[in-house]
Design a binder for this molecule. Structure first.
Ligand code: NAI
Length: 300
């Protein structure tokens, strides 16, 4: 685990506009969270179709909020009016803070940050929402690693309160302060994390999940395990969480770690078997639970 640099007295940089790269599960949730805070968002996706899907994800969240009576219809319109979309990085030239939420793949993220290095204005803060990748390696794709940090949101990003502010070895104190200022504006709870495999929240959840997987292999049903964990006061159990996050995320990590895994340790293969069938959870309509016709609530 890398040592976390001391946070000296530092003030946030300007934070009036935000760019979000990727309109998938996380990018859309992060966009909602920022729009809710009253800041404008530019969402960048790979092509027009992906951008339309990203925008639709954001609209879906607001449709539900209106339906539940949490916000009036004109508030939905006002928040959506602050969202603009683009398929080229040039649209990010005015953003004070840019949050990358593309696929969890080092080469893809480095290519994105090399582009950001070209288009971002001087002093813009560049953040990655990576779950497990090395923030220093991502920052190395730019000429200004002092401007780069991790801002690790949790899914659903517009609801979950925790925001891990991941400090790289070259991250400037005012870059860190800007991450904390974002958390304050979004009404989230920021925690400082160093560059390490999984940061804080996911490392803790991984231990829960490992225990749950062993019980499942021994015969416990994932639904009973989830019910037990919910009874402790958690909003959802480990398998509901896995389906929400998307099985592909954990699968990529398990494959990456396969070479260094201690063969003497017990390894439960059930989650890999699900992934091999393309059962990635909510996003594919099937995971540990079934989600027929885009249902958000899974059935065993
Ligand atoms: P996703 O697959 O739902 O969305 C990724 C999006 O990025 C896609 O819409 C894709 O079209 C877009 N994209 C890919 N390359 C791009 C590029 N070069 N330019 C613009 N857009 C591009 O993935 P998800 O789940 O949203 O994850 C994104 C990141 O967030 C990953 O790094 C993941 O590890 C991290 N994360 C995921 C969490 C989760 O629960 N799913 C939680 C916290 C972090």
């Amino acid at each position: 685990t890398a040592k976390i640099p001391e946070l000296k007295e530092a003030r946030s940089r300007r934070l009036e506009s935000v760019g979000v790269i990727g309109g998938g599960t996380m990018g859309a949730g992060i966009a909602v969270s920022v729009l809710d805070a009253g800041l404008p968002v530019v969402m960048v996706e790979q092509d027009a179709a992906a951008l339309a899907r990203g925008r639709a994800r954001v609209e879906q969240v607001y449709d539900l909020l209106v339906k539940k009576g949490r916000i009036p219809a004109d508030e939905r319109a006002a928040r959506l009016a602050r969202l603009t979309g683009a398929t080229t990085y040039d649209a990010l030239g005015e953003a004070d803070l840019i949050i990358e939420a593309v696929f969890e793949d080092m080469a893809v993220k480095q290519a994105v940050f090399a582009q950001l290095d070209r288009v971002a204005k001087p002093g813009a803060v560049l953040a990655t929402n990576t779950s497990y990748l090395d923030v220093n390696q991502i920052a190395a794709a730019t000429r200004g690693p002092a401007d780069v940090l991790g801002l690790h949101f949790f899914s659903p990003a517009n609801i979950m309160k925790l925001l891990e502010v991941v400090v790289g070895s070259d991250t400037a104190p005012d870059t860190v302060a800007t991450g904390f200022e974002l958390a304050r504006r979004l009404r989230k709870i920021p925690v400082r994390a160093g560059v390490c495999d999984g940061f804080i929240g996911n490392r803790i959840l991984a231990v829960h999940r490992q225990a749950a997987d062993m019980m499942m292999e021994d015969g416990a049903s994932p639904y009973d395990i989830d019910a037990a964990v919910r009874a402790f006061g958690y909003p959802m159990g480990p398998y509901q969480m896995a389906d929400l996050a998307g099985g592909d995320i954990g699968w990529a990590t398990r494959k990456r770690r396969a070479a260094t895994r201690d063969p003497a340790l017990r390894y439960v293969q059930i989650p890999d078997r699900l992934c091999e069938r393309g059962w990635f959870g909510q996003k594919t309509g099937r995971g540990f639970y079934l989600y027929p016709d885009g249902a958000r609530q899974g059935t065993p």
